[in-house]
Design a protein around this ligand. Structure first.
Ligand SMILES: *[C@@H]1O[C@H](CO)[C@@H](O)[C@H](O)[C@H]1NC(C)=O
Ligand SMILES: *[C@@H]1O[C@H](CO)[C@@H](O)[C@H](O)[C@H]1NC(C)=O
Ligand SMILES: *[C@@H]1O[C@H](CO)[C@@H](O)[C@H](O)[C@H]1NC(C)=O
Ligand SMILES: *[C@@H]1O[C@H](CO)[C@@H](O)[C@H](O)[C@H]1NC(C)=O
Ligand SMILES: *[C@@H]1O[C@H](CO)[C@@H](O)[C@H](O)[C@H]1NC(C)=O
Ligand SMILES: *[C@@H]1O[C@H](CO)[C@@H](O)[C@H](O)[C@H]1NC(C)=O
Ligand SMILES: *[C@@H]1O[C@H](CO)[C@@H](O)[C@H](O)[C@H]1NC(C)=O
Ligand SMILES: *[C@@H]1O[C@H](CO)[C@@H](O)[C@H](O)[C@H]1NC(C)=O
Ligand SMILES: CC(=O)N[C@H]1CO[C@H](CO)[C@@H](O)[C@@H]1O
Length: 616
């Protein structure tokens, strides 16, 4: 594909430079006024936000908006700062009560927008300020969209004249940094290899979100290459984005690879985020970040222009704070796409109404299987005992809601899979082909990398990529495999996955026992659905008790286990059974409401009230 190092780019740069000078003058003038008006408390935050090197004029304008927000807060602050546990004492806007942004649901926010309580522009400013408050500690957002404010302003204009694009109209959403957008934001998978790369258009996910009216607020940090590079690294680390940490204990392992999406959704830094999963990358960070999330069936959501690991296993899904918010987003992003032929398996004539599936009586009369042999061996381990005990206690909730629990299922497939290399072979073969395809789609590829071999060479030769401390073992194994995903060896491994994960795993158990779904602790749930491409919905289940021993991760830079760390419960079903899983998970979530009982140790303080009431 063609490269776009065209003279027009240079012309644009000159124009941008003039605008940059103009806006710098504006910022300095405005800053001076603000300093005069509001005295000193705001200055530190203001300068932090406003004096960062301006990547682009729009980014500068954005940072200025954030600085204004800080300034407004500083100016309005009359009392001493409230304590960490309860940062938001007043979230009422112009006297109208409004939930804190860490709790506000899509429906809350839509009501606020519809009634004119606040605008999308104010929402973007509030969320951006929240990002900047915690990013230096948690490093969950790599980049804010310099166009977010103007997109929000356009949605405000449209709403004012009576046109609403869709259910996400004016709602800020963050994307994992492997889902491409054709705008000023990068799509790097956290690697220097993709700095400056350009895509021919928006990924289908980004395009669908825009079509539903969403404001793409920015990009979230991730485990580099979606955790498909090193045999020994840390979750949430990327060369470009640094080390993401989660918010429920200092130095908490955010899990991965949708690490930043997990942390950002949990703290209300956007309404929600998109993540991607190959084996656990949505549900695992959702679990440890206290979230409701959906790992869709492979083929329900398009992977076009998403940096791949495996075409047979990759899927894109929402990571949100409530099942219903996740359902709204899934309804917006699901559906067939000519650019991803796996979506031709989409079995419906129209996208199901996943929001309508949110039914309080969704558990009534349902049969749920518990595949005990997937996790019973961990019942006595100190590390997992709290999760399994909470899960066991939750079975009464299902029974009380009218479901039948079929416990102690023993699936034959998982043991065979665990002692095989089938999944590894599928991922390795898919990655060699997939990563080369992704590079070939680029319209600008400054480093001219075209293959996995070249990518490995670049990574090993670039000090910022932290090699050899973080190796490229997985890539070397993939290169050594010696065949790709069209070979007979590949197909025999993939077919074995489908047999042991399907007939002798999830789908077999569901059919044989006439079940509606399987339920289990989220921590152990990802692999069977990964290898057969079937869906999972996870919701918060509990937290580790205060006397939990703090255990570091393998790389030694994060706390993998510790007090207060959240964990989830997973609902597994047949391919394209998302509606059913959502209805089960929603009924469980509404009966337990675990999420709001678990509090982060760190969270941002900016609320809409700080932006709206102070703007004049
Ligand atoms: C968040 O922090 C990371 C690491 O320091 C940095 O790379 C990134 O630019 C920051 N994000 C924003 C939006 O400033
Ligand atoms: C509403 O505003 C948009 C954008 O400004 C404009 O394109 C559209 O024609 C307007 N529609 C009506 C009904 O006024
Ligand atoms: C992990 O927890 C310990 C004990 O609370 C703490 O001292 C340490 O700083 C934490 N690690 C990180 C990376 O924050
Ligand atoms: C998509 O295309 C690939 C490669 O041509 C093929 O192997 C695969 O079976 C197709 N999948 C579907 C669902 O059509
Ligand atoms: C899987 O791939 C390996 C090569 O890595 C090959 O030896 C084997 O025959 C393939 N099939 C099965 C079912 O293991
Ligand atoms: C389902 O039934 C089939 C046919 O009887 C059997 O081979 C398979 O092991 C069963 N699967 C599960 C998971 O129970
Ligand atoms: C924490 O307390 C519980 C209940 O008192 C006890 O069963 C458990 O063994 C304790 N765990 C640790 C790590 O001390
Ligand atoms: C992983 O890397 C860390 C940090 O370099 C090292 O301390 C640890 O021993 C390594 N673990 C394994 C299993 O290689
Ligand atoms: C992965 C990624 O997008 N990293 C970003 C981290 O932040 C710096 C500074 O804002 C950006 O330049 C990088 O693109």
């Amino acid at each position: 594909m063609s490269q776009s190092h065209s003279p027009t780019l240079e012309g644009q740069k000159a124009k941008q430079y003039r605008r940059w000078i103009y806006q710098t003058l504006l910022v300095v003038a405005a800053a001076t006024c603000l300093l005069i008006i509001s005295g000193s408390p705001l200055t530190e935050a203001f300068w932090q936000a406003a004096t960062l090197v301006p990547e682009s004029p729009k980014m500068l304008a954005m940072k200025f908006g954030v600085a204004l927000a800080f300034a407004a807060m500083g100016a309005g602050q009359t009392s001493t700062p409230s304590n960490e546990d309860c940062p938001s004492t007043n979230t009422a806007i112009n006297g109208t009560p409004f939930p804190p942004l860490i709790e506000a649901t899509l429906e809350d926010i839509v009501k606020g927008l519809e009634s004119g309580l606040f605008t999308s522009v104010e929402l973007v400013n509030a969320y951006s300020a929240r990002v900047m408050e915690v990013n230096s500690t948690l490093k969950m957002v790599t980049e804010l969209n310099p166009d977010a404010l103007s997109i929000a302003a356009e949605t405000d204009r449209l709403r004012a004249n009576g046109s609403v694009l869709g259910p996400l109209h004016g709602i800020p959403i963050l994307l994992k940094n492997n889902i491409a957008t054709m705008d000023e934001m990068a799509n790097t998978a956290g690697s220097y290899a993709l700095v400056g790369a350009r895509v021919p258009k928006d990924s289908t996910m980004a395009a669908k979100l825009r079509k539903a009216g969403a404001v793409l607020l920015g990009k979230t940090n991730l485990s580099q290459w979606a955790n498909y590079r090193s045999s020994n690294t840390s979750n949430g680390w990327s060369a470009l984005g640094g080390q993401t940490e989660a918010a429920y204990y200092p130095g908490q392992d955010p899990s991965g690879s949708s690490s930043g999406s997990g942390v950002a959704s949990s703290l209300g830094l956007a309404l929600a985020c998109l993540g991607t999963e190959t084996d656990g990358s949505i549900v695992s960070p959702a679990g440890v970040n206290n979230l409701a999330a959906i790992k869709p069936t492979v083929g329900l959501t398009s992977r076009y222009l998403v940096v791949p690991i495996s075409e047979h296993q990759d899927t894109v899904g929402p990571m949100a704070r409530t099942v219903k918010d996740a359902a709204y987003i899934l309804s917006a992003i699901a559906g067939p796409d000519p650019n991803d032929n796996y979506t031709s398996a989409f079995p419906f004539s129209t996208v199901p109404d996943y929001v309508a599936a949110c039914d309080y009586s969704g558990l009534k009369g349902k049969r749920l299987g518990v595949p005990r042999n997937l996790f019973m061996q961990y019942s006595d381990s100190e590390e997992y005992r709290p999760q399994i005990a909470s899960f066991d206690a939750s079975l009464d909730v299902f029974r009380a809601a009218g479901a039948e629990v079929v416990d102690n299922l023993h699936l034959e497939g998982p043991g065979v899979l665990a002692s095989s290399n089938f999944e590894d072979v599928v991922l390795m073969a898919d990655f060699v082909t997939g990563v080369a395809n992704y590079f070939s789609e680029l319209t600008a590829n400054p480093l001219k990398i075209t293959s996995l071999a070249e990518l490995q060479e670049f990574t090993q030769g670039t000090p910022m990529e932290d090699w050899p401390a973080r190796d490229t073992r997985i890539w070397q194994d993939a290169l050594d495999l010696g065949f790709d995903n069209t070979s007979p060896e590949f197909w025999s491994n993939y077919t074995a996955d489908l047999r042991y994960g399907g007939l002798l795993g999830i789908t077999g158990a569901i059919k044989n026992m006439s079940l509606d779904a399987l339920i289990m602790p989220t921590t152990f749930s990802s692999t069977l659905p990964a290898v057969i491409g079937s869906p999972i919905v996870t919701v918060p289940l509990g937290r580790y008790p205060d006397n939990t021993t703090v255990v570091p991760n393998q790389f030694g830079n994060l706390n993998a286990t510790g007090p207060n760390l959240p964990f989830g419960i997973a609902f597994l079903g047949e391919h394209f059974s998302e509606e059913k899983l959502i209805s089960l998970a929603y009924a469980f979530e509404q009966r337990t409401k675990v999420r709001n009982t678990i509090k982060p140790y760190i969270q941002p303080k900016t609320e809409l009230v700080d932006i709206v009431d102070k703007k004049e």
